[in-house]
Structure formats: C-alpha cells, structure tokens
Design a protein around this ligand. Sequence first.
Ligand code: ZN
Ligand code: MN
Length: 491
Amino acid sequence: MTRSGTEPGTQGLEPVIGLEIHVQLRTRTKMFCACPVRFGAPPNSLVCPVCLGLPGALPVPNAHALELACRAAAALGCRVHADSRFDRKHYFYPDLPKGYQITQFSRPLATGGAVVFRTEGETRSVRVGRLHLEEDAGKSIHDRFRGATAIDLNRAGVPLIEIVTEPELRSPSEARAFLVRLKQLLEHYAGVSDCNMEEGSLRVDANFSLRPSGSDVAAAKSEIKNLNSFAFVASALEYECERQTRVRRAGEPLVSETRTWDPVRRETRPLRGKEEEFDYRYFPEPDLPPLLLSPAALERVQKAVTALPHEIEARLARTYGLPEEETARLAATPGRACYFESVVEGRDEAFARVAAHLILRDLAEERKRRRAPLREEDLVAAPSLRRVVELRLAGVLSSDTAARVLPLLVESEDQDVDRLIEKQRLAQVSDPESLGRWVQESVAAHPEEAARYAAGDRQLLDFFMGRVMQASGGRADPGKARELLREKLEG
Ligand code: ZN
Ligand code: MN
C-alpha cells in the first residue's frame, strides 16, 4: 500500500493517519523528583515517595527537562508558550501508583509546528499540533512470572514529551519517513533524547481511518498503541488499511477502537472499544504552579536549534550538486554536515563529490571498525581531509590509496598528509619505468593468460590490471598502467 485511492484495494478511499509520539528526555533525574533515570537498573531500585505517589509527597519540576522540551519544540518549529499548565490525568493501572499522571492538557508547552521530510522523491511538511511535558508510568511485566504480572516502578516519573501530529500523513510508508526524520531531529539536532526504541525511549501510537477520497468526513478510527519500532508502525498501518477496507466493502459497521499490534501473528487486535474509553477527568494539578517562561528564556529557546536537516540537505544539493541520497547522509547529524562543509568550503562540485565519498564510504567504515560513536572530526581533522581530497584530484592518490591514508591519519600523531604519504609510499606512481617493470613482471608471471589474450580474449586485460595493481601495492596510475599493459600484450 502506498498512495491512497490508487490501490485497487482502497478504491475511492484514502487513508488518514496521525501519530502520537512519546519520547523520554535525556535527563539525569526524573520529572518531579531526584531519582536517577537509568535503563536496566534492578527493579524498583530507583524510586522515592514522590514517584511512588506516597501521601504528602510533593512534585518539583525538573528544570533540565523543561529546557530539553523547549529545544525539541524549537526543532519542530513549534511556538513555545510563556504560560503553560500541568494537569492531572486520572486512570487506574497497577504501574501508575498515584492513580493519575501529571501531564499538560488544556495549555500545552508548545503548539503549531511542522516537520519537513522527503519521501518518494517529494518534499512533505506535516504539521505538529502540540508538544507537551509529562511523566512516564512504570512498567508492567507480563512475561517474567507465570500467571502473574510484575511491576517495576523505575520508569515511573521519567520525563517525557508527547508530540501529536495533525492527521495529515497519507500512507504507512510516509508515516515511517516522517518518524525517521522526527527521530533525527530529536536525537541529533535538538539532542534531547537517545530515541532508543528497544529501550522504550521513543514509542508511537498511530491513528488510522479511511475516508472517501477528497472528503473531510471523519470515519471510524483505530488507535494502535505502543508501537516500538518504525517497521511495526508501517506494518500495523498496512494491516489496518487492509482490514478497514475489507470491513467497509463487506458493508459491516466499523467502530472506533483502541487496538494493539501483535508482531508474531502480524495483525492488530482490539484492546478496548470507544464505549470503554477512559474518562480521564483532567483537572489542574494543584501541587504545581503555572509553568511560566520569561521573555529572555523564550528568546533562548528560539536560538536553541539553528540548523534543520531539510535546509542543510537543500543547501548541499544546491551548492555542490550532490544526489539526494548523499545529502541526506551528510546531514544525518549537524556535526557531520558542518565537517563536510568545512572540508569543501570554497571548492567546486568535483571536490565535493570526492569529499562526500571519502566521508560517507571510507571514513564511515573506519568509524564502524572502531565501534565507538566517534564524530568525523575526532578521526581526521578537516584540513587533513581537505588535503587528501586535493591529492586525490591531482592524481597523487588513487581512490584505493586515498582510502588507505585515512586510517593512517587516525592512528598517527603526525597530521601532515604529504609527509605521511611519502613515509608510507602511498603516492600514485606514473613514471613509465616503474610502471613498465610491474607490467613486465605481471605478464611474465602469467604466460598462459598472456597467450589467451593474444588469441583474442580481451577481457583478460582486467585480470592483468589486477596483477599490476597488486604488484604496485595499489599505487600504479591505473590509466597509464592500462595503456602500457595493452601495448605489452598486443605488441
Ligand atoms: Zn522518585
Ligand atoms: Mn501521553
């Protein structure tokens, strides 16, 4: 399923998709108490009277959580409000010891943002209705003890932001592309969360309904809860699209309901119907004053996030003519984009192409090999990489030897690229004497192949080129070597 109305199964109907995303903020302590936030600690070891909801305990808001929430709002282009409020949302659940969650309801921290992303060759902008602060609940563990549910309250009170999009997403794959961009913004541009989905730092609820194409009539809505991978989001939405289409075509009634995704059976299942929907009885949190931000604080928020990935991608494409796949990878983090731009500053498209290749292929490999979350500039300083690109373009380095210089630069104290190349004898060799010697050796060592070449098997030229490159330690100038080889084999 990709686009509405065009699929045979959804003729005349279009999907309407909205997302609610909960993101744990990267704070040291919880939202309203001083308990540490740490994933994987022994159960119920990170708790206190406040997050256990014991009588008489009073919440104190976490200033760092507020700062991170504001930064997230800035990255999503939201307006942060000078005056927002905390409310209580009541429901009973064993992992919610207070019997209510402190959240923001009628006056959220921020509203009116948008996320710009690329999908299927198209730029899309999807509006973010609101972003508010709240606390997480504990965790119910259903699979640890047979016939019993265990409760771990370490997560109770962990700071969250909830982000709600307008129902403007048009397909499951578009929802996924949106989420990839959102994660990038929060993790790397705002830097507010590790967004680790396996550890539950980012959880998605997805709303799905179908409506006649072009109409704005709201239809029965499925809300699929707690999706903890982007693949599950896409699969669950695809399943819902098929299911709702089937039900409608059979003329059966569709009901609004909350559903859950079963990744093993690959289907959604109803959790509860609309009539069982909780009445949360929101009311203002009496233990917390209004959340007021000074004009100076609001001004700081505006400046908290200076660059956005879609702007960087567009700039790189415009300035250096790089393909979309490369601009997206270069803008993955603002640090990488900045590194790239300082390497290629003032240079032309050819220079940028080589630099992009070295960063995205060779340096990325080196990062992977070291398995540390290293940034590019920690591996090779920008001026050194610039010199590597220059030497590559001048033909002193081949693509092979250029790649070999990078790990040497990472290891070496000496960041003088020219000296390193000299010392390691990596410079490309194009003098006819050395090339002639390698060609001579290679042909002499393989008389049988040389005879087959002479008999017309011209494809063997590549075989001999391989031998020459090997003999030269990758340093032979490939163009000149090929010329000499041909002369030798044919002459
Ligand atoms: Zn606590
Ligand atoms: Mn929530």
